[in-house]
Design a protein around this ligand. Sequence first.
Ligand SMILES: [Zn+2]
Length: 222
Amino acid sequence: MKIDQIIRSNRRSIRLEIHPDGRLVVRAPHTATAAQIHALVARKADWIAKSRAKVASRSGDLKPKAFTPGERFWYLGEQYPLQLTGRQRPPLDLDGAFLLSRAAQSRAKEVFIAWYREETREITQNFIDSYSRQHGFKVNAVRITSARTRWGSCSGRNNLNFTYRLSMAPLEVIEYVVVHELAHLKVRNHSKDFWRVVAQLKPDYQTNRQWLKQNGMRLTLE
Ligand SMILES: [Zn+2]
Protein backbone atom coordinates (compact mmCIF):
# COMPACT_ATOMS: atom_id res chain seq x y z
CA MET A 1 0.00 0.00 0.00
CA LYS A 2 1.35 3.39 -1.00
CA ILE A 3 2.18 5.91 1.72
CA ASP A 4 1.69 9.46 0.48
CA GLN A 5 3.56 11.24 3.22
CA ILE A 6 5.49 10.45 6.38
CA ILE A 7 5.68 13.17 9.01
CA ARG A 8 8.35 12.61 11.65
CA SER A 9 8.11 14.20 15.07
CA ASN A 10 8.82 13.62 18.75
CA ARG A 11 5.66 11.53 19.11
CA ARG A 12 5.90 8.08 20.70
CA SER A 13 3.74 5.94 18.44
CA ILE A 14 2.96 5.58 14.75
CA ARG A 15 -0.39 6.98 13.63
CA LEU A 16 -2.14 6.60 10.28
CA GLU A 17 -4.42 9.29 8.85
CA ILE A 18 -6.62 9.26 5.80
CA HIS A 19 -7.07 12.81 4.55
CA PRO A 20 -10.25 14.11 2.88
CA ASP A 21 -8.59 13.70 -0.52
CA GLY A 22 -7.83 10.02 0.24
CA ARG A 23 -4.10 10.45 0.92
CA LEU A 24 -2.51 8.14 3.46
CA VAL A 25 -0.36 10.15 5.86
CA VAL A 26 1.77 8.46 8.51
CA ARG A 27 2.85 10.29 11.63
CA ALA A 28 5.85 8.55 13.11
CA PRO A 29 8.46 9.00 15.85
CA HIS A 30 11.97 9.90 14.68
CA THR A 31 13.06 6.47 15.90
CA ALA A 32 10.59 4.38 13.87
CA THR A 33 12.21 2.37 11.07
CA ALA A 34 10.78 2.13 7.55
CA ALA A 35 10.17 -1.58 8.19
CA GLN A 36 8.08 -0.81 11.28
CA ILE A 37 6.04 1.77 9.42
CA HIS A 38 5.37 -0.52 6.46
CA ALA A 39 4.49 -3.42 8.74
CA LEU A 40 1.89 -1.30 10.50
CA VAL A 41 0.44 -0.06 7.21
CA ALA A 42 0.16 -3.67 5.99
CA ARG A 43 -1.54 -4.73 9.22
CA LYS A 44 -4.01 -1.85 8.94
CA ALA A 45 -4.89 -2.46 5.28
CA ASP A 46 -8.57 -3.14 6.09
CA TRP A 47 -8.89 -0.02 8.18
CA ILE A 48 -7.23 2.06 5.45
CA ALA A 49 -9.60 0.72 2.78
CA LYS A 50 -12.66 1.36 4.99
CA SER A 51 -11.54 4.89 5.86
CA ARG A 52 -10.91 5.68 2.20
CA ALA A 53 -14.40 4.46 1.31
CA LYS A 54 -15.88 6.66 4.03
CA VAL A 55 -13.95 9.68 2.78
CA ALA A 56 -15.03 8.99 -0.81
CA SER A 57 -18.70 8.76 0.18
CA ARG A 58 -18.41 12.14 1.85
CA SER A 59 -16.62 13.69 -1.08
CA GLY A 60 -19.95 14.47 -2.73
CA ASP A 61 -19.47 17.86 -1.17
CA LEU A 62 -16.17 18.33 -2.98
CA LYS A 63 -18.02 18.69 -6.26
CA PRO A 64 -18.93 22.19 -7.44
CA LYS A 65 -22.41 23.12 -6.27
CA ALA A 66 -25.28 22.76 -8.75
CA PHE A 67 -27.81 24.56 -6.48
CA THR A 68 -30.41 21.85 -6.83
CA PRO A 69 -32.90 20.87 -4.11
CA GLY A 70 -31.49 18.54 -1.45
CA GLU A 71 -27.91 19.60 -2.06
CA ARG A 72 -26.26 20.47 1.26
CA PHE A 73 -24.58 23.76 2.16
CA TRP A 74 -22.40 24.63 5.13
CA TYR A 75 -23.10 27.20 7.78
CA LEU A 76 -21.21 27.40 11.09
CA GLY A 77 -19.89 23.86 10.73
CA GLU A 78 -23.26 22.23 9.96
CA GLN A 79 -24.75 21.28 6.62
CA TYR A 80 -28.28 22.24 5.62
CA PRO A 81 -30.23 21.03 2.57
CA LEU A 82 -31.37 23.41 -0.14
CA GLN A 83 -35.09 23.93 -0.75
CA LEU A 84 -36.68 26.10 -3.42
CA THR A 85 -39.53 28.37 -2.37
CA GLY A 86 -42.02 30.62 -4.13
CA ARG A 87 -41.21 33.47 -1.76
CA GLN A 88 -39.11 36.21 -3.31
CA ARG A 89 -37.55 38.15 -0.46
CA PRO A 90 -35.04 37.73 0.85
CA PRO A 91 -33.90 35.51 -2.03
CA LEU A 92 -32.09 33.26 0.46
CA ASP A 93 -32.92 32.47 4.05
CA LEU A 94 -31.77 29.81 6.52
CA ASP A 95 -34.47 28.17 8.61
CA GLY A 96 -33.55 24.53 9.22
CA ALA A 97 -32.85 24.43 5.48
CA PHE A 98 -31.53 26.93 2.97
CA LEU A 99 -34.66 28.41 1.39
CA LEU A 100 -33.87 29.79 -2.04
CA SER A 101 -36.41 31.73 -4.04
CA ARG A 102 -37.17 29.82 -7.23
CA ALA A 103 -36.90 33.14 -9.09
CA ALA A 104 -33.28 33.44 -7.90
CA GLN A 105 -32.16 29.93 -8.79
CA SER A 106 -30.44 30.99 -12.01
CA ARG A 107 -28.19 33.33 -10.02
CA ALA A 108 -27.99 31.06 -6.98
CA LYS A 109 -24.22 31.16 -6.65
CA GLU A 110 -24.18 34.96 -6.48
CA VAL A 111 -27.02 34.92 -3.97
CA PHE A 112 -25.23 32.39 -1.76
CA ILE A 113 -21.96 34.31 -1.94
CA ALA A 114 -23.74 37.54 -0.94
CA TRP A 115 -25.39 35.71 1.97
CA TYR A 116 -22.13 34.15 3.23
CA ARG A 117 -20.38 37.49 2.78
CA GLU A 118 -22.90 39.24 5.04
CA GLU A 119 -22.73 36.49 7.67
CA THR A 120 -18.93 36.46 7.62
CA ARG A 121 -18.86 40.25 7.93
CA GLU A 122 -21.13 40.28 10.95
CA ILE A 123 -19.50 37.36 12.76
CA THR A 124 -15.91 38.48 12.22
CA GLN A 125 -16.81 42.06 13.21
CA ASN A 126 -18.32 40.83 16.48
CA PHE A 127 -15.17 38.89 17.37
CA ILE A 128 -12.96 41.83 16.36
CA ASP A 129 -15.02 44.20 18.52
CA SER A 130 -14.92 41.97 21.55
CA TYR A 131 -11.19 41.16 21.31
CA SER A 132 -10.37 44.82 20.59
CA ARG A 133 -12.29 45.92 23.68
CA GLN A 134 -10.46 43.42 25.88
CA HIS A 135 -6.98 43.62 24.39
CA GLY A 136 -6.80 47.05 22.77
CA PHE A 137 -6.34 45.99 19.13
CA LYS A 138 -6.70 48.80 16.60
CA VAL A 139 -8.14 47.47 13.36
CA ASN A 140 -8.39 49.90 10.47
CA ALA A 141 -10.88 48.22 8.11
CA VAL A 142 -12.36 44.76 7.58
CA ARG A 143 -12.86 43.42 4.08
CA ILE A 144 -14.64 40.28 2.98
CA THR A 145 -12.91 38.73 -0.02
CA SER A 146 -13.44 35.79 -2.37
CA ALA A 147 -10.07 34.21 -1.58
CA ARG A 148 -10.09 30.49 -2.29
CA THR A 149 -7.17 29.28 -0.24
CA ARG A 150 -6.60 31.89 2.47
CA TRP A 151 -9.09 32.20 5.31
CA GLY A 152 -7.82 35.56 6.36
CA SER A 153 -4.97 38.00 5.97
CA CYS A 154 -3.67 41.12 7.62
CA SER A 155 -2.18 44.04 5.71
CA GLY A 156 0.59 46.33 6.87
CA ARG A 157 -1.98 49.10 7.29
CA ASN A 158 -3.91 47.04 9.85
CA ASN A 159 -6.67 46.05 7.46
CA LEU A 160 -8.03 42.56 8.07
CA ASN A 161 -9.39 40.45 5.21
CA PHE A 162 -11.52 37.33 5.48
CA THR A 163 -12.94 35.13 2.75
CA TYR A 164 -16.74 34.87 2.57
CA ARG A 165 -16.32 31.09 2.95
CA LEU A 166 -15.35 31.56 6.58
CA SER A 167 -18.96 31.56 7.82
CA MET A 168 -19.23 27.95 6.62
CA ALA A 169 -16.86 26.96 9.45
CA PRO A 170 -17.83 26.37 13.10
CA LEU A 171 -17.98 29.54 15.22
CA GLU A 172 -14.96 28.38 17.27
CA VAL A 173 -12.94 28.06 14.08
CA ILE A 174 -14.00 31.51 12.85
CA GLU A 175 -12.93 32.90 16.21
CA TYR A 176 -9.52 31.28 15.77
CA VAL A 177 -9.08 32.77 12.29
CA VAL A 178 -9.97 36.23 13.63
CA VAL A 179 -7.59 35.78 16.57
CA HIS A 180 -4.88 34.63 14.14
CA GLU A 181 -5.20 37.82 12.07
CA LEU A 182 -5.44 40.03 15.16
CA ALA A 183 -2.25 38.44 16.48
CA HIS A 184 -0.56 39.53 13.23
CA LEU A 185 -1.15 43.14 14.33
CA LYS A 186 1.43 42.39 17.04
CA VAL A 187 3.69 39.91 15.25
CA ARG A 188 3.76 40.01 11.45
CA ASN A 189 5.27 36.56 10.83
CA HIS A 190 4.54 33.01 12.00
CA SER A 191 7.38 32.83 14.55
CA LYS A 192 7.16 31.27 18.00
CA ASP A 193 6.32 34.72 19.36
CA PHE A 194 3.35 34.87 17.03
CA TRP A 195 1.93 31.51 18.15
CA ARG A 196 2.48 32.55 21.78
CA VAL A 197 0.23 35.58 21.21
CA VAL A 198 -2.40 33.36 19.54
CA ALA A 199 -2.27 30.91 22.47
CA GLN A 200 -2.69 33.73 24.98
CA LEU A 201 -5.81 34.93 23.20
CA LYS A 202 -7.29 31.50 22.45
CA PRO A 203 -5.59 28.68 24.38
CA ASP A 204 -7.42 25.87 22.52
CA TYR A 205 -6.57 27.25 19.06
CA GLN A 206 -4.76 24.08 17.96
CA THR A 207 -8.01 22.10 17.80
CA ASN A 208 -9.52 24.79 15.56
CA ARG A 209 -6.45 24.90 13.36
CA GLN A 210 -6.56 21.14 13.01
CA TRP A 211 -10.27 21.26 12.10
CA LEU A 212 -9.53 23.73 9.32
CA LYS A 213 -6.69 21.62 7.98
CA GLN A 214 -8.89 18.53 7.86
CA ASN A 215 -12.16 20.08 6.68
CA GLY A 216 -11.27 23.40 5.10
CA MET A 217 -11.25 22.06 1.57
CA ARG A 218 -14.90 21.03 1.96
CA LEU A 219 -16.01 24.59 2.74
CA THR A 220 -16.57 25.83 -0.77
CA LEU A 221 -19.18 26.42 -3.44
CA GLU A 222 -16.75 25.50 -6.19
ZN1 LIG B 1 -0.92 34.10 9.54
